[in-house]
Design a protein around this ligand. Sequence first.
Ligand SMILES: [Zn+2]
Length: 287
Amino acid sequence: MVEGKESEMKINILHAGYCTAPEHLAIQGGRWRAIHFPAMFALFRHPKFGAMLFDTGYSYRFFDETKKFPRRIYRWMTPVHLREEDLVVNQLADFDLKPADVTRVFISHFHADHIASLPDLAWSRFVYLPHAFSRLRHSTPSQDLKRAFLRGLIPSDFDSRSRKVDVTKPILLSEEYAPFKTGYDLLGDESIIGVELPGHADGQMGVFARDDDDKLFFFVADAAWLKRSVVDNRPPHKMANLLFSDPEAYRQTLGDLHSYYLTHPDTIIVPSHCEETIRSLENKPAR
Ligand SMILES: [Zn+2]
């Protein structure tokens, strides 16, 4: 990404539903009370590429897919709250956009709270790191459960609409992005840069994006659940390691985010489920 390159892209931070889970699971030393984990998604409106999303939050399909045991466990572990007006398709309407206007969805990883609206976006291309999906493609129902993957959320024409990131063509990031050294120029114009954030789930991808107000956002998905984790370099409870694809890599990624935070106070770091962060940034047009 060219340093300080001007952008004409508008960025809106939104969320589609939330789940609750104990704070002490999300961060070591957290309290024993349940907190809200909003399912963030971001809307990018790019002058050339149109409307695009980073993740999609929940949709009612989450409930359909978790009706039966054993997938119902997912619902018990993370009780989900979702209102009609929270649905991505309804929030797009607030921007005078239709689902068909969404040209691309950048998928951070394939947990249900990030992909539940993919089936609603019938014309979108799906952009993701290939290894985020390769192990899921043929996994068994019990592996799906362990990986918090709800297969029914994947549209039937997913493959033909997939535009996997070409991992053979990374770009070198300038010193400004240290300690992140390489990334992927997702649109070819350096306006959205994907970086791998390993550990939480296979092939998890975060993105850097600059808006027309010259603010640089760093969407870090689930590499940290709370901004406080990044600020204090404080990981989740050890129990959360059971949910992670690679706990050691998770810890390393969190350390990288922490050093990035210390040296880049102006970048807006957005963990997908940090209620304090999402509330402070959420910007939707008046209904
Ligand atoms: Zn996740």
